[in-house]
Design a protein around this ligand. Structure first.
Ligand code: FAD
Ligand code: SF4
Length: 498
């Protein structure tokens, strides 16, 4: 009998006196040498205790913090009742990938940030509980399959198999539409497979979610580059009644400093793709090694930079993370920064690269950096980093990984007439319906918003599916009630409706 079961019936403990339950993790020393998941997940007892901390607020603030509006108190109550099946059913009403979101969503800036318990105490560990519910479902075998609607005789083409594309495809299949996803890479999942490393998100989980969508009748065509193998116009001419563009924003940005073309300089996207998708970390089991050398510099301070740094560390390198602002402005999740520090990544804050020096064979040898200080806030509200003249130093290095952001890849949009783009090359889509300027074409996820989050991409997939369903039925994309709601919200905010 577990401790929780033994304690049942004993005097009630005040919820606010129970501390937030830590999640078991591999020790930093051990995990720095392997690619297995860092966090191990709650046991049943831990989940019961953590779920019991929820106040079951009458007006729960946490829900407003969730981009897809999960009924958080309801799924936590089911866990407190030791009914993970009911919890997962509740979660799946609103999120398609709870095992993914429970692991990678920035809950500290979303639901947990608004948790009422968190005002005076530590917030409920909503993300960890979501993960627990999803993992219990996986352990117990097949999850519930939703009823499929009768076939509607229409077909939708989805470009990209990241969270936006897969979510939309699943929703459309459930509505009774035929759906084909076209994916440029040889595995489905988007950033979830090629970007986020195994030690944060095991690939079996992503595979399971993609297989679930396939079991709903969705066809996934791999190694299929839309804009090359087939254009969007050809998709519309050849059997697709509507198209959803969910091709992400995977084109890397560079620093534009001298020496960036030396051998040994990678974009974080290339580095992570080689390590994750091409399985370089499992060389020689996989015949696709990657050369990192002894000392690696990672440039940037976001989640992508942390993932690249921690991957390089696990491949055996000493890693130097170079970021031009201070710890306060560092955009990566606090948990990832903490993990990176624990594992031994050396942070060079208020430091900016100036040039990369190579040897006579064209390989990276050193990186020159300059110290920075923070000046007045810029247009985005963050204090502007200013170089301190004369503070330049050289750091000997074998590899440089540039993780300073990504943009929309123009390959698909350039080959498509009539598709409006913004000044950054992202597709312009109506924020409430995701309809683009091209008839029958919808777009969502990172390709519209620029690099964002998994949950926002999933939310876009849901909106797109709803709009495409209505479009294919010849209905208005927004119901009169939705139009009214938007009008009222806009009036309240003092702006024109749309
Ligand atoms: P993507 O996931 O980028 O998927 C787009 C898919 O379209 C890709 O598979 C691509 O190959 C395919 N494609 C592109 N062009 C074509 C074409 N022409 N034809 C066919 N297919 C095409 N978010 C979080 O919430 N938490 C995190 O911890 C987090 N960590 C991240 C770590 C890394 C390293 C990266 C890169 C991103 C991270 N993000 C994180 C961001 C998050 O992963 C993205 O916001 C999200 O994946 C966007 O989903 P999407 O479906 O729009 O696009
Ligand atoms: Fe529970 Fe916090 Fe949500 Fe209240 S705000 S219902 S305590 S998770």
């Amino acid at each position: 009998m577990s401790d929780v079961d033994k304690n049942k019936g004993e005097k009630k403990v005040k919820k606010t006196s129970i501390p937030r339950t830590p999640i078991p993790e591999q020790s930093p020393k051990e995990r720095a040498k392997n690619f297995e998941e860092v966090a191990l997940g709650y046991t049943r007892d831990q989940a019961l205790i953590e779920a019991s901390r929820c106040l079951q607020c009458k007006k729960p603030k946490c829900v407003a913090g969730c981009p897809v509006g999960i009924d958080i108190p309801a799924f936590i109550q089911a866990l407190a009742d030791d009914d993970p099946a009911a919890a997962i059913a509740k979660l799946k009403e609103t999120t398609s990938f709870p095992a993914v979101c429970g692991r990678v969503c920035p809950q500290e800036d979303q639901c947990e940030k608004l948790c009422i318990l968190g005002r005076k105490h530590e917030p409920v560990a909503i993300g960890r509980l979501e993960r627990y519910a999803a993992d219990r479902e996986a352990q117990n075998g097949e999850g519930a399959r939703p009823e499929k609607a009768p076939k509607k005789g229409k077909h939708v083409g989805v470009v990209g198999s990241g969270p936006a594309g897969v979510t939309a495809a699943g929703e459309l299949a459930k509505m009774g539409y035929g759906v084909t996803i076209y994916e440029a890479l040889h595995k489905p999942g988007g950033v979830l497979v090629y970007g986020i490393p195994e030690f944060r998100l095991p690939k079996t989980i992503v595979q399971r979610e993609c297989e679930y969508v396939e079991s709903l009748g969705v066809e996934i065509k791999l190694d299929y580059v839309i804009g090359r193998t087939m254009t969007i116009d050809q998709m519309l001419e050849n059997g697709h009644d509507a198209v959803f563009l969910a091709n992400g924003a995977g084109l890397p940005s560079f620093l534009n400093i001298p020496g960036e073309n030396f051998n040994g300089v990678y974009s974080a996207n290339e580095f992570l793709t080689r390590a994750n998708l091409m399985k370089a970390y499992r060389f020689p089991d996989y015949d696709t090694p990657i050369k990192v050398g002894k000392r690696v510099a990672v440039i940037g301070g976001g989640n992508v930079a942390m993932d690249a740094a921690r991957t390089a560390l696990r491949l055996g390198a000493e890693v130097h993370l170079i970021y031009r602002r201070s710890m306060e402005e560092l955009p990566a999740r606090k948990e990832e920064v903490h993990h990176a520090q624990e594992e031994g990544i050396e942070f060079h804050l208020l430091t900016n690269p100036v040039r990369i020096k190579g040897d006579q064979d064209g390989w990276v040898e050193e990186i020159e950096v300059i110290k920075m200080e923070l000046g007045e806030p810029d247009a985005g509200g963050r204090r502007r980093p200013i170089p301190i003249e004369g503070s330049e130093t050289m750091i000997p290095i074998d590899t440089v990984i540039v993780a300073v952001g990504t943009r929309a890849n123009p390959l698909l949009t350039k080959s498509t007439k009539g598709l409006e783009l913004n000044k950054w090359g992202n597709i312009v889509a109506d924020e409430h319906t995701l309809q683009t300027s091209k008839e029958g074409v919808f777009a969502g996820g990172d390709i519209v918003t620029g690099a964002a989050t998994v949950i926002l991409a999933m939310g876009a997939g849901k909106i797109a599916a709803r709009s495409i369903g209505r479009y294919l039925q010849g209905q208005p994309l927004l119901t009169p009630e939705e139009e009214e709601e938007l009008k009222a919200a806009a009036e309240k905010a003092g702006v024109a409706a749309r």
